[in-house]
Design a protein around this ligand. Structure first.
Ligand code: ADP
Length: 246
């Protein structure tokens, strides 16, 4: 969110956005479960132009050992953007942004994993952004929670999310890269659908209390749609496994 004034028209006279969507429309989302041979669990998500892989390892022995928790498993997510995932080559390796995103994603996942069942272990979640177009923290988190289920990790529920924001003076759902760059505000949220608890909430830019309310509403409803897609992806994978076993 640059807050920068530009001449780019983000919403036209008919209320249509740069990629043809209406204000409350999600980008197309495709989720595939179990795409990696060597991970304990994995998922691949395409969310608009975002392409992201999530891989889960564990529960396994904690390394380094002093990080062990005698009462529960530790959940460690690592969010990484590939050097080729953005327009200009991104400098490889962790930076402030990826460290922060890794932390908020870890915290969100920790809120659903039944970690007490696996004391002294770690559950490691790798989120690799292969192509990015805004909304990657939520898309990565969405894929990661599906990958945790694929790894057989006991959980209270999935985590589902979506961002809302303000663009061209209007509150809209699911910002793309241009909207994120040249819009007024970005508001990613993630929830535990079953309990309606919010487990991630961030805001960048500025919007009024009323707009925030509207944005939360849009993002919440979209999160429930994302939840259905996650469950459908899991059903597809495991129905296939069942059929093949017959
Ligand atoms: P999110 O991807 O969760 O929306 P941001 O709002 O921080 O996170 O970033 C929005 C988009 O900006 C990213 O999806 C990515 O396309 C781009 N971006 C972020 N960091 C960089 C970077 N270091 N170099 C180039 N592009 C970046």
């Amino acid at each position: 969110m640059s807050g920068m004034k530009t001449d780019i028209k983000l919403i036209d006279e008919n209320g249509i956005r740069t990629d043809g969507r209406k204000f409350d429309e999600l980008r197309p989302i495709k989720i595939e479960v179990g795409v990696l041979e060597r991970a304990d669990g994995s998922a691949y998500i395409e969310w608009g132009e975002n392409k992201i892989l999530a891989a889960v390892y564990g529960p396994r022995e904690v390394f380094p050992k002093h990080l062990q928790d005698a009462s529960k498993a530790i959940v460690r997510a690592r969010y990484n953007m590939a050097a080729f995932s953005v327009d200009e080559r991104k400098r490889p390796g962790p930076d402030r942004r990826s460290v922060e995103l890794s932390m908020v994603i870890s915290n969100a996942l920790e809120s659903v994993v039944l970690a007490e069942q696996f004391p002294r272990t770690s559950i490691d979640v790798f989120i690799e952004v292969l192509q990015s177009d805004a909304g990657t923290r939520i898309a990565g988190l969405t894929a990661a929670s599906v990958a945790l289920v694929d790894a057989g990790i006991p959980m209270r529920d999935l985590i589902a999310g979506c961002a809302a924001g303000k663009v061209g003076g209007q509150v809209v759902l699911d910002l793309n890269k241009d909207e994120d760059n040249f819009g007024e505000a970005d508001l990613p949220i993630a929830i535990i659908p079953k309990t309606k608890e919010i487990v991630l909430l961030q805001m960048d830019g500025n919007m009024s209390l009323e707009e925030l309310d509207k944005g939360m509403d849009l993002a919440y409803n979209a999160s429930m749609k994302v939840y259905e897609l996650q469950k459908e992806a899991l059903r597809n994978k495991y129905l296939k496994v069942l059929e093949e076993g017959e």
